[in-house]
Design a protein around this ligand. Structure first.
Ligand SMILES: Cc1ncc(COP(=O)(O)O)c(C=O)c1O
Length: 391
């Protein structure tokens, strides 16, 4: 077992060893760490729902009525009414015929890809910056995986032409919003190409749900593509403020996933508190667009201010705001200096992003006030000047 120590030491030497902070308060715009309040720019709590009183209240109500655990896998122990209620509400919210909920967004990708394209004769087209859960889902099939350049439509079309003669099923999978840069997949063009080549389209809308589209209905709504995206994968761990994965699409697709996907057949359902909290989050999203609008305003504000201060904020089209620093060690020092000044913003380094593009990724929330964001910008400028990154 010596390799464990050797590799951990090597990670520390290379500045790639991550320190995980302990949060001593509920999630929110500010969090308590090491006994002190810090502005939180790390969480995916886009709409501030993680500790919303309505969400917490619904959990208490449901736990009193239903208890906590689902008992076993749904196909064996039966499925409880709240899970069915959540699936119906999510399908309506997404404008899809049906939906299924799973334990996480990670599990949702593992449920879709190996189930729809399991065979060696099948072909998967995958964006080169797709999320790790998609990459792992592709590893669980025998299908040939064809990577195309990130959002490179010319490369995608060339690969579709090259492989069009392959027997078996063809499926394309892309993140909707790319989480490290905040750019949006060119979904209308991707759908057109896939329609022309007879390819199934799967989009992982993890960072689009509650963020893009009318009232946060996601990427298909954002582009007016309802009915043309075959499979929408999502997570309730980000804007919904809870935990859980979802798959939305046709009633036949969901029936098929329910019968055949291994995360549904061999892993138990979400707990009642998760389901109850998610039901309350859907209610909140359907009641008002105010939080989604505030999130967008906050994202625009932070990007504008950081870029005006002289930082490289990349090409984000969403509230995700990367501040590109370059070397991993510099990004880590930057993050540590911010932390001393009361800002919690983790450095993202290789292998999560390519070498030389290490960054501080600022995750904006509707829970932040303009004052919070001004505080962040001032601290970024102080650290940037101190490190010689800004003049
Ligand atoms: C694109 C994408 N897919 C899936 C996931 C996994 O979601 P979950 O946290 O619900 O497992 C994430 C989370 O980081 C993500 O960004």
């Amino acid at each position: 077992m010596q390799f464990l120590t050797d590799e951990l030491e090597a990670m520390k030497r290379d500045g790639l060893y991550g320190t995980i902070r302990t949060i001593e308060s509920p999630q929110g715009a500010w969090v308590r760490i090491a006994g002190k309040d810090h502005l939180n720019l790390c969480s995916n709590n886009y709409l501030g729902l993680c500790n919303d009183p309505k969400v917490v209240g619904r959990v208490k109500e449901y736990v009193d009525k239903w208890g906590v655990g689902p008992g076993a896998v749904r196909t064996i122990a039966g499925t409880m009414t709240p899970h069915i209620e959540l699936e119906r509400r999510l399908a309506k919210f997404k404008g899809a015929e049906a939906a299924i909920v799973l334990q996480s967004g990670f599990c949702a990708n593992l449920a879709v890809i190996p189930t729809l394209v399991p065979a060696a004769e099948d072909t998967i087209y995958s964006d080169s910056l797709n999320h790790a859960s998609i990459i792992d889902a592709c590893r669980l099939t025998k299908a040939r995986v064809v990577r195309y350049g990130h959002s490179d439509l010319a490369d995608l079309e060339a690969k579709l032409r090259e492989h069009r003669g392959n027997p078996g099923r063809h499926l394309l999978v892309t993140d909707g919003v790319f989480s490290m840069d905040g750019d949006i997949a060119k979904l209308p063009e991707i759908v057109e190409l896939c329609e022309a080549f007879g390819v199934i389209v799967v989009v992982d809308d993890a960072h689009g749900e509650g963020v893009l589209g009318r009232g946060g209905r996601g990427i298909a709504d954002h582009f007016g593509l309802h009915g043309r995206v075959d499979v929408e994968v999502g997570t309730m761990s980000k804007a919904f403020g809870v935990m859980g994965g979802m798959i939305a699409g046709s009633a036949t697709l969901i029936d098929y996933i329910r019968q055949k996907a291994r995360p549904n057949l061999f892993s138990s359902a979400l707990t009642i508190p998760d389901v109850a909290a998610n039901l309350a989050s859907v209610d909140i999203l359907e009641e008002s667009e105010a939080r989604v609008n505030r999130l967008r305003e906050n994202g625009d504000f932070l990007k504008r201010e950081l870029s005006a201060a002289g930082f490289d904020t990349g090409h984000s089209e969403t509230p995700i705001t990367p501040v590109i620093i370059g070397e991993a060690s510099d990004a880590k020092t930057f993050s540590a200096e911010l932390f001393k000044k009361g800002v919690f913003a983790t450095a993202i380094v290789f292998p999560t992003v390519p070498r030389g593009t290490a960054r501080i990724r600022c995750m904006v929330s509707a829970a932040h006030t303009k004052e919070d964001l001004r505080f962040a910008v001032e601290r970024f400028v102080e650290v940037g000047r101190g490190m010689g990154i800004l003049p």
